[in-house]
Design a protein around this ligand. Structure first.
Ligand code: F6P
Length: 322
């Protein structure tokens, strides 16, 4: 009896809300096209260890609204070495995999390129809350994380207001300031500090004091993770302005929660698109969004691209916060 061709799917690197929606989209569209679907657990590790489960149209029911990833995720150092790649390749052949959809960031895509070069077509989808993948204007999980950050800071604002304080809030983003900028403008932060734009604490203090002169009594300062040191910044602000200041690091709460409409929709579009590529035998691609359209790139090309920071938006935030 001829065994059916299969498509594999895995999530790798840091999790992001919307990963489950991708798993559902890939599984359902691949089944429609006549494939079986294997869920590979804990990223590339599952491919090396043979930790796989069959996914059906029903096993991906009731997950589109859930944060996290039903396939678990992990980083996989063995995948950087030939031995790990060869074991993974043999397991793909053994499992009759026609291709693999991988959801993650740049590290995940490097693995996808390496395995594609060894004859197993892989398609990468951008899944990270950081929005720091250059070939795409949007990454799955970003919208949910920005909204979580906004909601958390709205709550902080209540207590800052009651106590006439300054809240210095550090948000995630690794070295990128997209969450800080967008959540910052959404909460009306007095100052947004990111690695992409030079800043000085004298400037921050001057802005607070100027706003204080016009009657403003509580302040939000948004700090991106790459800048860090929220505690130190809060201390300096208190010293320079006399405004009692507190630091809050939002941390991993930003990685969880039910995905927003945008994350569910983009996850569904990108998952569907990835299966279309694999159906045509096309691998070594990363799917992204450009001008709101779903597109794909060669992985090496995608990894070499640069993404400009949203300076216009930064300037608007600055103009509006006084
Ligand atoms: O890439 C997502 C992210 O949450 C970053 O914002 C953060 O720098 C990093 O992952 C944290 O990684 P870990 O969960 O391994 O601490």
């Amino acid at each position: 009896m001829e065994t059916k061709k299969r498509i594999g799917i895995l999530t790798s690197g840091g999790d992001a809300p919307g990963m489950n929606a991708v798993i559902r989209a890939v599984t359902r569209s691949a089944i429609r096209k006549g494939f079986e679907v294997l869920g590979i657990r804990r990223g590339w590790n599952g491919l090396i260890n043979g930790d796989v489960i069959q996914l059906t149209e029903r096993s991906v029911s009731d997950i589109i609204q859930r944060g996290g990833t039903m396939l678990y995720t992990a980083r996989c150092p063995e995948f950087r070495y030939e031995e790990g790649l060869q074991t993974a390749k043999q397991n793909c052949i053994k499992n009759n995999l026609a291709g693999i959809v991988v959801i993650g960031g740049d590290g995940t895509f490097r693995g996808a390129a390496d395995l594609s070069a060894r004859g197993i077509p892989c398609v990468g989808l951008p899944g990270t809350i950081d929005n720091d993948i250059s070939c795409t204007e949007y990454t799955i999980g970003y919208d949910t994380a920005m909204n979580t950050a906004m909601e958390m800071v709205d709550k902080l604002r209540d207590t800052s207001q009651s106590h006439d304080r300054c809240s210095v809030v550090e948000v995630m983003g690794r070295n990128a300031g997209y969450i800080a900028l967008n959540a910052g403008i959404a909460v009306g932060a007095t100052y947004i500090i990111t690695t992409e734009v030079p800043y000085s604490l004298d400037d921050v203090a001057a802005k607070i004091l100027k706003a204080k002169e016009t009657g403003k009594q509580h302040f939000i300062i948004m700090v991106s993770e790459g800048v860090g040191n929220a505690e130190g910044i809060a201390k300096e602000i208190e010293k320079r302005t006399g405004v009692e200041s507190r630091a809050t690091i939002l941390g991993h709460v930003q990685r969880g929660g039910s995905p927003t409409v945008r994350d569910r929709v983009v996850a569904s579009q990108m998952g569907y698109y990835a299966v279309e590529l694999l159906e045509r035998g096309i691998g070594n691609r990363v799917v992204g969004m450009q001008n709101s359209k779903i597109v794909d790139f060669d992985i090496q090309e995608a990894l070499s691209m640069k993404k400009p920071f949203e300076l216009d938006l930064y300037n608007i935030a600055n103009e509006l916060s006084f």
